[in-house]
Design a binder for this molecule. Sequence first.
Ligand SMILES: [Zn+2]
Length: 321
Amino acid sequence: MMLNRRMLLAAAAAAPVLGLRAADAAAPFINAPAPAYYRFKLGQFEITVVSDGPLILPAPDQVMSEAPKPDIERMLKAARLPTNTWIGPQNLVVVNTGRNLVLFDTGMGDRSKAMGPNNGHLMRNLALAGIDPASIDVVCITHAHIDHCWGLVDARDRLNFPNARVALSQADFDFWTQESLLNNPATRDFVLYTRTNLLPVKDRLIAVRDGAEVVPGITAVATFGHTAGHHSYLIESEGKKLLNTGDVAHHPVLQLRHPEWKVIAWDSDPAAGSATRRRVLQQLATDGTPAIFYHFPFPGLGTVAPSGDAFAWLPTPINEG
Ligand SMILES: [Zn+2]
């Protein structure tokens, strides 16, 4: 086609209009949660933190009910955090050691929205992260609370990880599957679904103990208090270490500054929980080992720094390819 002068002028006049329209074009909303995983290398190991989505938790002053309320309110406001609620992320960890594929904790599962509507995303995010649940050969459970073990089975009681053994302390397995707790209205619903998840894996349980190697490069570390059998897991490759702490601490501001504040609402033994928290935080602050905390902002990865007579949380990515 031959362009004459009139056509060129018309095209030039139209261009800004067309450009403006392109810039203003409305894109459709996606209206689905974004893929939520974060991947990094630790020595030879490939680690993927996978989100199960956030929990809506009671306000911190209800959970740490003996701590001074004005101090909690002041610290939360200074950190620009709400004082009347608490959003608790869930950071699940997958470690590919080259020999084993290990998942740590399983989130809320499909059965319950008791902790808010936007969780139970483990299986979706595993798929988006390219991880086949059938390839997972060990699931390490830090402790048998609902947000950590309710993803072992799906809503129809089928195993989500059909080829995996399950590492968990015998103390937690025994306590949280007690039939007698079904008679207590305060614990019945929790224990009902905990039994649904744990009893089917009873014959594939690895009863973890302090210092026991689960697979090469992954060692259980007793961190009792939150539950009687709570364990963290030390992940180590080529001299590089990472401590997956579970629920040693839940809040990156309040509990780093005041590890002694007792978690009255959630800890089986609040005094032991506080002592363990200070001991683990002190160790991390002293040796600089990076850590993952299950309920800290995604991906929950960082280091603990000394700060006054306590600690501060420094979110720190690990970027080694
Ligand atoms: Zn938890």
